[in-house]
Ligand binder design. Structure first.
Ligand code: 13P
Ligand code: SF4
Length: 332
């Protein structure tokens, strides 16, 4: 399962042992180039007392070698709240680094590339949320973790794809505003029966999957098990065998061991899960997240060498945004 979260020292294995983890994905010639950055990152982590949080969409060379804590955005938020390292490097996208900073105001949080954004986070502003609150007085506002701290600060509680249903149900309200992912909101509305007012944000990776993709997969790969992320359109989710967060998909594969499987999500996810399950057949139509792919071993190394780019959140926004994240973590 991908949520296993060994501590920093567990990952500081000798390079040949780290290579054994990824050799089915990384050819020796490529490893000979990557090994220099990996060795330097391991050393810098010790010197800086740093921990690397790596999302499931990071490439295997990052995920399986230098990532100390790996998982979905919920696991990364939880672990960010627990770490006692002085420095957190977020191998993921900017909203994840902001969340880590909200939960660790006294620590240094670094993101290796400032270009690692997210189409969902970019789809809504704090002013939009204020207008929605005026328009629907008294209706609770749930903001997806894929939002800026400023949007979280205007919301009542946060959620991730791993706990969206639980959070909405915990509110006990007949009507909820859920931002900014229209498809996640519609998928949760279907699961919970709660009336959900949605925003028109979409994930540029998951919105591209179509029902025809699934029909074609089933026709060309008889018996295939289709897993999807809840950021996919509801028409896609309706045709899948299982829908869940990135960690839930990884857990499903480990638990059910489908002989042939496809994960309708970002490409590196299948690569990372497949390295844990060499005996299963992963069919790999997938979509790349250009933002996640901004993070490389090279810029992780530079981040630790130069202590950039430091993520900061203005104190007034941080105080309010932290409450929405902590409310989420208290619910589950
Ligand atoms: P998870 O919370 O499932 O890891 O998803 C984050 C994300 O950005 C999916 O596109
Ligand atoms: Fe954002 Fe989609 Fe990339 Fe996830 S996959 S970080 S939701 S753009």
């Amino acid at each position: 399962m991908l949520e296993a979260t060994p501590g920093p020292t567990d990952r500081a294995l000798p390079l040949p042992e780290l290579y054994a983890r990824v050799e089915r994905h990384v050819p020796p010639v490529e490893w000979s180039i990557l090994a220099d950055d990996i060795g330097a990152i391991l050393k810098l982590k010790r010197e800086r007392n740093a921990v690397i949080l790596a999302h499931n969409y990071q490439t295997p060379d990052i995920f399986h070698t230098v990532g100390d804590i790996t998982g979905d955005s919920l696991a990364l938020a939880r672990e960010a709240a627990r770490t006692d390292a002085a420095v957190i490097v977020l191998a993921g996208v900017h909203f994840m680094a902001e969340t880590a900073k909200l939960l660790n105001p006294e620590k240094t949080v670094l993101i290796p590339s400032l270009e690692a954004g997210c189409s969902l986070a970019a789809s809504i502003t704090a002013a939009d949320v204020r207008l929605l609150r005026q328009r629907y007085p008294g209706v609770p506002i749930v903001s997806y973790v894929n939002t800026s701290a400023a949007v979280k600060a205007e919301s009542d509680v946060c959620c991730t794809s791993g706990n969206a249903r639980k959070i909405v149900e915990a509110l006990g309200a007949p009507r909820v505003i859920m931002l900014p992912d229209e498809y996640l909101a519609r998928n949760v509305a279907k699961e919970t029966g709660v009336e959900i007012i949605a925003w028109k944000g979409h994930c540029e990776v998951h919105e591209r999957f179509t029902p025809d993709d699934i029909r074609e997969l089933r026709a060309t790969h008889p018996g295939i098990t289709v897993l999807a992320h809840p950021e996919c359109p509801p028409e896609v989710v309706a045709l899948c065998d299982f829908v869940g967060s990135t960690a839930a998909m990884a857990d499903y594969v480990g638990r059910e061991r489908p002989g042939r499987v496809v994960l309708l999500t970002e490409c590196s996810m299948s690569d990372n899960v497949a390295l844990h399950h060499p005996d299963l057949d992963f069919v790999r139509p997938c979509n790349l997240c250009p933002h996640m792919k901004r993070i490389t071993l090279g810029n992780i190394r530079r981040a630790l060498e130069t202590m950039t780019h430091e993520v900061t959140v203005a104190p007034d926004i941080a105080a309010k945004a932290r409450r929405t994240v902590e409310r989420m973590l208290a619910i589950g």
